[in-house]
Design a protein around this ligand. Structure first.
Ligand SMILES: Cc1cc2nc3c(=O)[nH]c(=O)nc-3n(C[C@H](O)[C@H](O)[C@H](O)COP(=O)(O)O)c2cc1C
Length: 311
């Protein structure tokens, strides 16, 4: 179930997922204007002041855009782990900046739920196991982002079919499915499974509005899922990255480049299994048009006919 306040604002049940060094204001504005939830990690802004400027720009540009619907909600990803010294200041900036949804990752969301709810902001939390689900649910979050095998960046390991069904049995809030979704068929399958929203990261690396370098975008377009490696070397947590990037870093640093600080890992070429469905670098608006067309034909494979007409 999605909040009633979002009625009519989403063209597709999709969040353009937050990505370190990839998602910034341009991507968020384009996503929200196109009718999918736009998001970015607050740590992509180099300071709290810049974060405030970004949120101000997003608000102004979406407010003045000539759209035929109210723009989709803006979401911010907040790393709630204690290593994030900006956590509380970023949270306050999000509240002041009109963010409607905060996605808590890397750590327990319990400290951020009350202040965000008091300010009327929804909170989703990343989860990768049923233990995480129970902890996040007890902390009172409004939704869960299920990280599953094959997701870009910090990944999960659960099978998406089994994970969504297991979570649906014990949780009736919003479920977002993350990992391996790049097209309309994947978005439609997300709903069939019982989740409410699909979380697409890798597919949005290769867009005109992403902050990724041309070389990184080209590598994502060229890669297939056989070119992805799960590694702990970036941050100590399991993350999916392009194998070619990992090998070049290993060669350059003799295997000793592991960074102990999660937020320092900015030049990583992270990507997930959905590189196989990422074959070009469109503008976000064109990508969302295509996703919607594919989604409609996945939901209605025989066209707009009723079951009785088909037989
Ligand atoms: C390049 C890259 C950077 C990412 N950075 C973050 C991040 O800063 N915070 C976060 O919560 N998730 C991050 N993720 C994970 C995504 O938000 C999302 O869970 C994932 O991309 C979904 O799987 P997909 O890539 O198969 O679509 C990142 C993913 C990628 C590919």
């Amino acid at each position: 179930m999605l909040p009633a306040a979002w009625d009519g604002r989403l063209r597709l049940p999709v969040i353009a997922a937050p990505m370190t060094a990839v998602s910034g204001p341009d991507l968020v504005i384009a996503a929200c204007a196109s009718g999918v939830i736009g998001s970015f990690p607050t740590h992509n802004a180099p300071s709290v002041e810049v974060l405030e400027q970004w949120l101000g720009r997003i608000r102004t540009e979406l407010g003045s855009a000539d759209l035929d619907r109210v723009p989709a909600p803006v979401a911010a990803n907040l790393i709630v782990h204690r290593s994030n010294a900006r956590r509380d200041a970023d949270l306050e900036a999000c509240v002041r900046g009109g963010v409607e949804l905060v996605i808590a990752s890397v750590g327990s969301p319990k400290d951020v739920v009350a202040p965000l709810h008091d300010a009327g902001v929804l909170v989703y939390a990343d989860v990768a196991s049923l233990r995480h689900v129970d902890l996040a649910s007890a902390a009172g979050v409004d939704g869960l982002v299920l990280l599953t095998a094959g997701a870009g960046g910090q990944t999960g390991w659960a099978n998406p079919f089994a994970f969504v069904r297991a979570v649906r049995e014990r949780y009736d809030g919003t479920i977002v499915l993350a990992g391996g979704i790049s097209d309309g068929a994947g978005i439609a399958a997300t709903e069939v499974l019982g989740a409410d929203l699909a979380y697409l990261g890798t597919r949005f690396i290769a867009t005109q509005e992403s902050l990724a370098s041309p070389e990184y975008r080209a590598a994502v377009v060229a890669a297939t899922l056989d070119d992805i490696t799960t590694s702990r070397q970036v941050s100590g947590l399991e993350a999916n990255v392009l194998t070619s990037w990992l090998q070049s870093r290993e060669a350059a640093s003799d295997g000793a480049f592991a960074q102990d600080r999660l937020l320092a890992a900015r030049d990583v070429w992270a990507a997930g299994h959905s590189v196989s469905g990422t074959d070009d670098v469109p503008a976000v608006a064109d990508l969302v048009d295509r996703l919607e067309k594919d989604y409609q034909s996945a939901r209605h494979p025989l066209g707009d006919v009723t079951a009785s007409e088909r037989y």
